[in-house]
Ligand binder design. Structure first.
Ligand SMILES: [Zn+2]
Length: 255
């Protein structure tokens, strides 16, 4: 099968429930409208997402929060038309770019065969505001593992031969869209899907409520600011990388 003939499948790999909505929900909604099948992979179990002023944070509380965050993520995915959410259940707050995680993500790429991947940046962008930078170590670790799984592991039969034994053949992801990167080079116009992004964010009630009006105002201002850099009314920006072959040779100069 040629690359063009492959089904339009995209995958979003994020550390926590809600990261996909903050970083890429408008893009996800646009792709779904264009006929893409979108799958989410959430690396952490969400157990670290309780209130900042909590003083009782034992295993029971962590388990309860993990369940709440997962339900919120499933609800947000339904708003956007995401096909399926896969939870890898790594302990929240302790993600590292381990070989186990790289193998688990490689398994997802080979099983679902996405042509496009959205993931987080393994690099800090050093925005002066911590809120905008979102320098969570889980984000950096998930980003690193997602990219390491994309190249070369997913497409290389010699990486994780145990996956071949599971019947999972090598698969090449063709494009990657990185959120929160230091140098975004590719905007996605989300003026048609900004309302869906807000609705999906509302599904993460514990993180974005109860003042949804304030949240909505803040998000609209942020995507407008991002859009301004690219002459768009509203945008999400990514560092886009193609996982193609060698660049085409430059044409000879005509004399
Ligand atoms: Zn996060």
């Amino acid at each position: 099968m040629t690359e063009q003939a492959q089904p339009k499948v995209a995958m979003v790999v994020m550390a926590h429930p809600d990261d996909a909505e903050f970083g890429a929900a408008g893009t996800v909604a646009s792709w779904v409208k264009e006929g893409w099948e979108v799958y989410y992979v959430i690396v952490a179990d969400g157990a670290g997402g309780g209130p900042d002023d909590a003083t009782d944070v034992g295993p029971d509380q962590r388990l309860a929060w993990a369940e709440i965050r997962k339900q919120e993520q499933l609800a947000a995915a339904r708003v956007l038309g995401v096909k399926e959410v896969i939870f890898l259940n790594y302990p929240d707050g302790q993600i590292t770019p381990s070989l186990d995680l790289r193998r688990d993500l490689t398994r997802c790429y080979r099983r679902y065969k996405p042509l496009r991947l959205i993931c987080q940046s393994p690099e800090r962008n050093w925005f002066p505001q911590m809120f905008l930078g979102r320098y969570h170590p889980d984000h950096l670790a998930s980003g690193e593992a997602a990219l390491a799984a994309l190249y070369p592991a997913s497409q290389n039969p010699w990486d994780f031969p145990e996956l071949l034994a599971e019947g999972l053949m090598p698969h090449k992801v063709l494009e990657v869209y990185i959120t929160g990167s230091p140098n975004p080079n590719f905007p996605v116009d989300i003026s048609e899907t900004i309302d869906l992004k807000i609705e999906a964010l509302k599904a993460h009630t514990t993180q974005t409520g109860p003042d949804f009006d304030a949240m909505s105002t803040r998000i609209r201002a942020m995507v407008a600011q991002t859009g301004e850099k690219f002459n768009l009314a509203a945008a999400e920006a990514f560092h886009r990388v193609e996982n193609g072959g060698l660049p085409a040779p430059k044409p000879e100069k005509s004399r």
